[in-house]
Design a protein around this ligand. Sequence first.
Ligand SMILES: Nc1nc2c(c(=O)[nH]1)N[C@H]1C(S)=C(S)[C@@H](COP(=O)(O)OP(=O)(O)OC[C@H]3O[C@@H](n4cnc5c(=O)[nH]c(N)nc54)[C@H](O)[C@@H]3O)O[C@H]1N2
Ligand SMILES: Nc1nc2c(c(=O)[nH]1)N[C@H]1C(S)=C(S)[C@@H](COP(=O)(O)OP(=O)(O)OC[C@H]3O[C@@H](n4cnc5c(=O)[nH]c(N)nc54)[C@H](O)[C@@H]3O)O[C@H]1N2
Ligand SMILES: [Mo]
Length: 840
Amino acid sequence: MSGSENAHSGLTRRGFLKATAAGTAASALIGGVSLGAFASELRSGQPENAGDSIYQGICRPNCGQCCAIDVHVRDGKVVKTAMTHIPDSPEVNRICLRGLSHPYRIYDPERIKYPLRRVGERGSGEWERISWDEAAEEIAQKWAEIQEKYGSQAVAQYAISGGYGVFTTNHPVYLRLNNLINGSKITGCVDMANAVGINRVVGWGEGVWSTNDARDVVNAKNLFIWADNWSEAQIQEWRFFCDAIESGVNTIVIDPVYTITASKANKWVSVRPGSDAALILSMIDVIISEGLTDVTFLQEHTVAPFLVKSTDGSFLRQSDLSGTSTAETDKGDELRTFDVHAANRNTGTSAEVESPILVWDEACGALVEVEKAVNPAIEGEFEFNGIPCKTAFTLLVEEVAQYSPEKAAEICDVPADTIRELARLCADGPVTHRMGWGSQSYVNGAHPAHALITIAAITGQIGYPGASCGAADWSASSGWAQSYAPKYGASSSPTLPVLALPEIIESGEYGGEPFALKAMLIHHGNPLCTSVDINRLKRTVFDQLEHIVVVDSVMTDTACYSDLVLPVAQWFEFEDITGGGQTNFYTGFNEKAIEPLHESKTDSDIARLIAEKMGLGEYFTETDAEILDDAMLSSETCQKLGLSYASLKESKLVPQRTGVKIAFEGAKFTTPSGRMEFYVEKPVAFSNYGQDIDVERERLPRFFPPGEAWPENEKYEKYPLTLMTSRTKYQVHGQWFSVRNLRELDPDPTFRINPADARARGVEDGAWAEVFNDRGHCVAKCIYSEAVRPGSVVYMKNWAAKYFKAGSWAEVLSLEFDPVTVNHCFMDALVDVRPWSQED
Ligand SMILES: Nc1nc2c(c(=O)[nH]1)N[C@H]1C(S)=C(S)[C@@H](COP(=O)(O)OP(=O)(O)OC[C@H]3O[C@@H](n4cnc5c(=O)[nH]c(N)nc54)[C@H](O)[C@@H]3O)O[C@H]1N2
Ligand SMILES: Nc1nc2c(c(=O)[nH]1)N[C@H]1C(S)=C(S)[C@@H](COP(=O)(O)OP(=O)(O)OC[C@H]3O[C@@H](n4cnc5c(=O)[nH]c(N)nc54)[C@H](O)[C@@H]3O)O[C@H]1N2
Ligand SMILES: [Mo]
């Protein structure tokens, strides 16, 4: 839209705007000093807009929120971004500092203006300006040569998160290009350990994470917040936590760090980093031994009564007993069968029909099909047809019996009485458990989540208002656009998890076949800042590549280490659509407010240009609008809402739901059995690159120590401090790093350490100090903080390397990972700290 009115949901924007003098805000925001003007705009709430054209924008980095914002354009420039006011939707009316600072981002002097080709050594910072034509020609030529020599899989595209939207999440045009040249894909391996732990119990059918939406936490009696720093990392949801506190919900934060979130809660429990699974298993032990379980829920909605065969760990089925008689509960009825979900990650990808599962029915003293049992036994040891079996619940009881509160107290450093107290609260419903991404950032990362959802299963605290368990609700944010890309087939080259790349490249093999990777196109990702052990990653992966292209809007750490940098248009320079965010239940249309700045191009135009040079132009005839339309037509959400590209373009923001979402309402789960499978019959890896997994270990929630950050680890003597991430309000991952007004508020990269640990090392408060281990180092400013547990260091993450005196956080983090979750273990690292005396 191009006028100064922006109407949606019946609101005429103009009526809300105060018409006052125009010029000042434009100059204050675009040039010169900013903070004062910025702050006064914040205070006044209704800034100056006269004459502005206001476009609907969606702020869409991977903070997961997708807040609707108004993009004010004056004299062809974006002068301001402000909150979009949606009447009657206080839960989505919001904006944060990052959302307010877009004009600085757009007109950032550090924005890349034209394509750049490396002229010095990789990483030397020497570049020459080239034309788009030269850039595309170079890519087409290199890729053709490389594919000819090493095979089509040797060219890969690499995306991590970057942003949310059809073009920014699904990358449909890049994807089609990759399919057509049969290239490989590299994935970022983030955030998935708690998804694995939770979803293998509840099923993947409702998306990656599904919980009651954040507005529901106010309905809980007890709200547990595990490893989740809402006040910084879920800033847009913070108000719901505050509502809960104000309305008397008992809030408990479990975090090794005394975070701002913890400081507002009724109770803070400081846990030893990486030990949550031991704590939760012990709580399960208490809940069971004190008789606080919900037996009916266990019988009806979980696998508790399923009989696990000791021979192979699978469930006892009718087919195991051919020849033996089972109780005839419903004469003449055919044996009930159920479809194992196609593509369900608990069972692999093939749709199978299994023989019915049997349980021991106390009512008739016989084996019966589970759905026909009247009073299924949830505990016991049996033998049928010579096959020894135990119920799944009995196996859980045996597992948790190893973790009496006294034993667990030694492991997780939480007093035994506190463990008992927490356990009892878990049964005093409604109970909501929110689990963020801290506890999953260790090599044992799926198990705290698996254990926690098991608490919900045994207490029946799920599926009704106030009762929920999981990470943030992701169900409003849908990924579309798959329909566009695969029209010309899918690539048969592998999808490679970045964490496995060093191993794959060093071995020169993938899936038993020779494998070489020689070129990479990186878009929507900054791995040399947001991944781990980058000295190793550079040596084993990047330095083995003949050609690296980065598509970004600023010179990220990864762009600095590439061969060709392509300037991409920013979010308000092209049309896009988002499904919604964590606490934003609106499907939103992002209008194009201005033309791409300088010589930048949109991702789709960049992909089209490369395709053209490769002689594939004929496959890229659709316009962006047609791609968006196609994406929406293929989206179930849009179909339900009757939304098309044209209608959303008109209405801008359309609510996806009315009322508060309750996840798994009526205890309906998308597992093969339709029940909560806290015992997982067929655990599988989240992504498969041919690795072996220990199936038995994954069947139940268990505790095993982190890979590195643990007192018994051999590295501990040399490096006794656990290094943990904290998110900063001023950045989302590596984004916004060069935005001037935010750097005024947050000028230097810092880490926090307990004063006792710092003093013991002669490191002064406010001084630059070196955090180091065998992998690398990072020199940042030391801040003394009693909020940090002795024995740990907490850093503000993802600063660009140029801001440190030396090194970067991504150098010191470990590349070790769990083959089941294939997830980065950002917190599983040991370091030490010493003063830094060198000059820059
Ligand atoms: N040390 C440490 N590191 C971490 C974490 C941690 O806890 N500790 N957390 C991790 C987690 S959970 C995540 S999700 C990852 C995220 O890791 P990344 O996805 O790498 O993070 P971003 O910096 O958000 O995005 C990468 C780049 O995408 C670019 N980008 C944004 N929009 C577009 C676009 O439309 N087109 C193109 N071409 N590029 C675009 C941005 O400018 C940015 O440079 O970080 C991880 N890194
Ligand atoms: N401002 C901002 N917001 C963001 C992002 C950002 O980069 N910046 N990134 C977004 C993304 S992609 C993600 S994944 C989310 C992550 O959101 P969060 O999960 O909230 O993020 P973190 O701060 O990494 O980790 C949460 C907490 O886990 C704690 N923790 C560390 N180890 C343990 C442990 O062993 N046990 C327990 N119980 N707690 C532990 C940490 O101290 C921290 O307070 O944030 C999103 N929001
Ligand atoms: Mo993330």
